[in-house]
Design a protein around this ligand. Structure first.
Ligand SMILES: C[S@@+](CC[C@H](N)C(=O)[O-])C[C@H]1O[C@@H](n2cnc3c(N)ncnc32)[C@H](O)[C@@H]1O
Length: 264
């Protein structure tokens, strides 16, 4: 066996013994991103064993088939979010406009842009590190709270708002995988008590952005759809569909605004 193959096999075995089920695939991805440099590969494998996200080491992930740069310190896009992104693309007409609030690396915005090349896609994030990363992914990104930093010309002009806000209830964070808790930025997932404060704010922010008939796609879980129902109703939204995964777990909500009860 060649030296390189032997090193890859040994590192994959170490990762596998450390509890990483996709160890071989991860070492293969690291090997490619490290241009086959054995010293880099060795260093990354050791950091991965400590729990650092693979995407931070190799610098990217693949989201809905698109390569998306993910800088260290930026939330790693999750496969379950593809459900929301797919629905957002379906709801976005050609030549329309979409806003991705809390964009992180910009993965959803990248998917929207690729799914509807004629549309204008804008994004926001409060974290400057995330905004830099989204900009590297060619996303038109604005730094600030929810919809606040978006250009005024977009008010009432947006067809689709998508938002993956931090929505994990603070008392549930202890149940997240240890590596997520140790490495990923807490501000990216800690949603406070019940996890719905920012979801409610995203609903209210969307009423300013969307024209009537526009769609709001939110990622959420548990019984947060019920907790959010009063805010949606008060803002003039009808729930089109609860989005569930293959296990039947709630992953998101598609709502459509008929009219806004809030001042624009
Ligand atoms: C769960 S991550 C989602 C990132 C991305 N949409 C994705 O699915 O990969 C939440 C993101 O919201 C950002 N964020 C937190 N509070 C925010 C706020 N008040 N306004 C805008 N962005 C915020 C965080 O910096 C983080 O990047």
């Amino acid at each position: 066996m060649g030296r390189v193959r032997a090193q890859k096999k040994a590192l994959a075995l170490q990762l596998s013994r450390a509890g990483f089920p996709a160890a071989r695939e991860e070492i293969r991805d690291m090997f490619g991103a490290a241009w086959g440099d054995p010293a880099i590969l060795h260093c990354w494998a050791s950091r991965r064993r400590d729990g650092e996200p693979l995407e931070w080491l190799i610098g990217f992930t693949v989201f809905m088939g698109h390569r998306v740069c993910v800088d260290r310190g930026v939330y790693v896009p999750r496969p379950q979010t593809e459900l929301i992104a797919r629905r957002a693309i379906e709801a976005l007409p050609a030549g329309g406009a979409a806003a991705d609030l809390c964009t992180g690396s910009g993965a959803i915005a990248v998917a929207l842009r690729n799914g509807r090349p004629d549309a204008r896609v804008v994004a926001t994030d409060v974290d400057p590190n995330a905004c830099r990363c989204a900009a590297k992914n060619d996303v038109e990104v604005y730094q600030g709270h929810l919809a606040e930093p978006l250009p005024a010309e977009l008010i009432g002009q947006i067809d689709v708002v998508v938002a993956v806000v931090p929505y994990v209830p603070t008392d549930q964070i202890v149940f997240l995988p240890r590596d997520v808790r140790n490495y990923e930025p807490r501000a990216a997932f800690d949603g406070g008590v019940n996890g719905i404060a920012l979801l409610e704010q995203a609903v209210s922010a969307s009423t300013r952005l969307l024209h009537s008939g526009g769609s709001l796609l939110l990622e959420l879980g548990g019984s947060q759809d019920e907790q959010l129902a009063p805010a949606l109703q008060a803002a003039g939204f009808d729930v089109v569909e609860r989005l569930v995964d293959d296990e039947g777990d709630l992953r998101g909500l598609h709502a459509r605004i008929a009219s806004s009860n809030l001042p624009r």
